[in-house]
Design a protein around this ligand. Sequence first.
Ligand SMILES: NC(=O)c1ccc[n+]([C@@H]2O[C@H](COP(=O)([O-])OP(=O)(O)OC[C@H]3O[C@@H](n4cnc5c(N)ncnc54)[C@H](OP(=O)(O)O)[C@@H]3O)[C@@H](O)[C@H]2O)c1
Length: 239
Amino acid sequence: MNKKVLVTGGSKGIGKSIAKLLSEYGYDVYICARNIEHLEQTARQIKVKNYFSCDLTNPKSCQELIEKIGNVDILINNAGEYIWNPIEKTTEDQLCNLVEINIKAPYRLIALCISSMKQKKWGRIVNIGSISGVVGEANASVYSMTKSALNGLTKSLGLELAEYGITVNTINPGWVSTELAQNAVEDCDFSNQEVIDMIPQKRFISPDEIAHLVKYIISEEAKGLTAQNISLCAGLSAG
Ligand SMILES: NC(=O)c1ccc[n+]([C@@H]2O[C@H](COP(=O)([O-])OP(=O)(O)OC[C@H]3O[C@@H](n4cnc5c(N)ncnc54)[C@H](OP(=O)(O)O)[C@@H]3O)[C@@H](O)[C@H]2O)c1
């Protein structure tokens, strides 16, 4: 296969599942996150050789990361953070941090990867957004705002890069069983059961379900799928 894939935030949760599945299917997988112990542990567990500790809110770190990896064929912009806070309690630091990691980091990484993809006339970019950016989430306005920005980015870049054989898509998950979701439930006004009751399928999505959709989106069979924002949310967006 020999296609080089970067999965940001590949040490945990959804990113870990994506990295594991793509590695099993023969892709040359690279993962990054800040915490080096988590990265080492995950890399051992899922048998991925290449991992880098890196804070993606720092533009220089993004640049160094891509220089170290070399030409990335497939970029999975998965790393992201969530905060639950009413608008009047949201601090300037929280606002800036979420904009950095959820919007600016994916944008920068795409910009850094695009020239080699254009030369090869082939590339895949998959962003992990959120259903909160599609339908909105009370008390998570900064998060929802940053995730809906990815949806606009996807449509624009999908058009801009279509003639180069590069596809750009965003998956908008509903509740997925990860540490981020567990912390979100603890922070919010609802119990775990109340959250489940609000989901049409009465369950959290598993990280593997997201990984399998990513695997399809980056395949040759999906070459016509571009500029799309796809909800994988157990029915939440229609409820
Ligand atoms: N779980 C859900 O219910 C859900 C729903 C919709 C969308 N999503 C989205 O799915 C993506 C993955 O979420 P998850 O639930 O898998 O979260 P998670 O379990 O908290 O994992 C997040 C990953 O991102 C990395 N990361 C966070 N900040 C980073 C930074 N500044 N620089 C580099 N890496 C960073 C984390 O590692 P370090 O902390 O070590 O850096 C970790 O590897 C996020 O974009 C999230 O918004 C999740």
